[in-house]
Design a protein around this ligand. Structure first.
Ligand SMILES: [Zn+2]
Length: 320
């Protein structure tokens, strides 16, 4: 039985987790699934949710799977493959994971394992495209260039003209990917996967692969991979656990304030779960152009994370 591997990449806040949850929640996977999750200060999909659906999760937390924890990542993949207990592996890189590197690792493993790289997806927030390509092209562009399917998120928040403009810009850097512009809520998980599987072609070029000589058995960390000078350190994350109550109106005003780059630094993402009054809890998702707040189950403690560039941690301590 060939193990299918799907990679769901996407910059911070593009909706990778929402997407994976949607697919799981709609039961599109009939077989056993293992999810490899790599976080960068991001709040993972909660364990209770995954347990409900019999999804096994492997978290890689100590660093990025495309560089600092590449050995750990590769060994994890090998172990899952060897155990033969799963029929599909979903890889969720962090928001700054370089998709090109992750595809290379899987392609390399494909040579001597019964696995198949099935989907290479990048979730891309259409409302942030212009800004993020300009600010963070190294990671952002890499994901778009190396995806075989690009699922645009928040398309319902822009007009047709804006949408067309972003699609044509993506086309300039990735000629072959299928680009899905339908709002996700209007598509079933099966339809989303179908769209991705139908046109998905691997666009990793042979010459990319031939320059890749990472020796997986080698425990010496001096790979030329490391010379790839991408630097995740331009991003920092801030987080707290809190018992404070944040009324919705207060949350809204905090996130309005967070847009002020001069004060807070460039916030690209925030996510959390907090209590809003004596009884009720909410989960919230913030990207610079959207704040989503939804009712949630109570929890033991509230959690908030903020990810960004040049974050002013001291000021964040005071607002939350
Ligand atoms: Zn990396």
């Amino acid at each position: 039985m060939t193990i299918q591997i799907d990679i769901f990449s996407g910059f911070f806040g593009a909706g990778k987790t929402t997407l994976i949850k949607k697919l799981i929640d709609e039961n599109v996977y009939s077989k056993k699934v293992t999810l490899i999750e790599n976080e960068f200060g991001e709040i993972p999909i909660d364990g209770a949710f995954l347990k409900k659906y019999n999804i096994e999760i492997k978290e890689i937390k100590a660093g990025c799977i495309c560089c600092s924890t590449v050995i750990d990542f590769t060994n994890t993949l090998r172990e899952i493959i060897k155990s033969k207990e799963t029929e599909r592996i979903i890889i969720e890189p962090s928001g700054v994971g370089k998709l090109s590197e992750i595809v290379k690792i899987v392609k390399k493993l494909e040579e001597d394992n019964d696995i198949h790289l099935n989907l290479v997806i990048a979730a891309v927030d259409v409302t942030m495209y212009e800004e993020f390509t300009e600010l963070f092209s190294e990671f952002y562009g890499d994901q778009i260039i190396h995806a075989s399917t690009i699922l645009l998120s928040r398309t319902q928040n822009v007009d047709d003209e804006e949408l067309a403009k972003v699609v044509s810009k993506i086309r300039e850097i990735n000629e072959t990917a299928s680009i899905v512009t339908t709002p996700w809520d209007d598509l079933s998980g099966i339809e989303l996967l179908g769209l991705s599987e139908a046109d998905g072609q691997q666009i990793l070029r042979d010459d990319d692969l031939s320059t890749f000589d990472l020796d997986f058995e080698d425990h010496d960390h001096d790979h030329d991979h490391d010379e790839d000078d991408h630097n995740h350190d331009i991003f920092t994350s801030w987080g707290i656990e809190t018992t404070k109550i944040f009324p919705v109106i207060k949350l809204k005003s905090i996130f309005e304030d967070l847009k002020d780059e001069a004060v807070f630094g460039k916030v690209v993402r925030s996510k959390g779960k907090v209590q809003i009054d004596g009884v009720n809890w909410v989960e919230f998702d913030f990207v610079p152009n959207a704040l989503e707040i939804r009712a949630s189950e109570p929890d033991e403690i509230g959690r908030i994370t903020v990810i960004g560039h040049d974050l002013n941690q001291a000021i964040l301590d005071t607002v939350f």
